[in-house]
Design a protein around this ligand. Sequence first.
Ligand SMILES: N[C@@H](CCC(=O)N[C@@H](CS)C(=O)NCC(=O)O)C(=O)O
Length: 210
Amino acid sequence: MNDPDITLWGAGTSRTIRPIWIAEELGLSYTLKPIGPRTGETQTESYTQINPKQKIPALEDGELLLSESVAICCYLVNRYGSSATIAPPASVEEQAKLDEWLSFIYGELDETSLYVLRRHEALASIYGEAPGAIEAARAYFRKQVAVADKHLRDNQFLVNNKFGVSDVFLTTCLGWAVSCGIDLTGNLESYQKRMTDRSAYQAAKAQNTK
Ligand SMILES: N[C@@H](CCC(=O)N[C@@H](CS)C(=O)NCC(=O)O)C(=O)O
């Protein structure tokens, strides 16, 4: 395999840290272009060629252009992962459980709860004030995250008791929730601490704040 020629676009958010964290876990060398949202940097003609959605994160790997934090993280593991770092799913069943957790975390926690809070709190000048939606999103997050809490009472990680992409997504959502003033249960708090104590997370956090 040729040496990877990876560029990751985007820094500063709970979504941009995800591919950076995976790249650090995999020990990949990559170039980070730490552009931010709503700075105008995602609106340029050259960036629009990379991601027509004008959003971050995005990845370039040789000829491949990819957007969507879920797709980028799964691609990096499937392409560059190994049993020494993060292994690609070993069976159809393991892939299915990964898909289940990722769909749940991205759909229910990220977009339906946390991004609703973001749109109507920090970004209310763009998306409008919506106090009812904010309260409902907080309550919805708490109800949904209880499923992960219960699972983690008997498991160290989400899928097959080994660290993987779904742990990156849950951890970044938990950190995002805390920054929105949502308290975590003791169980989720200790999971969050174990995940963020990982050296790859610490390295990614430093990159993501560039
Ligand atoms: N579904 C996308 C969401 C990407 C997204 O919304 N990114 C935000 C930053 S976290 C962004 O680029 N916002 C800029 C904008 O909406 O103009 C993903 O998971 O990668």
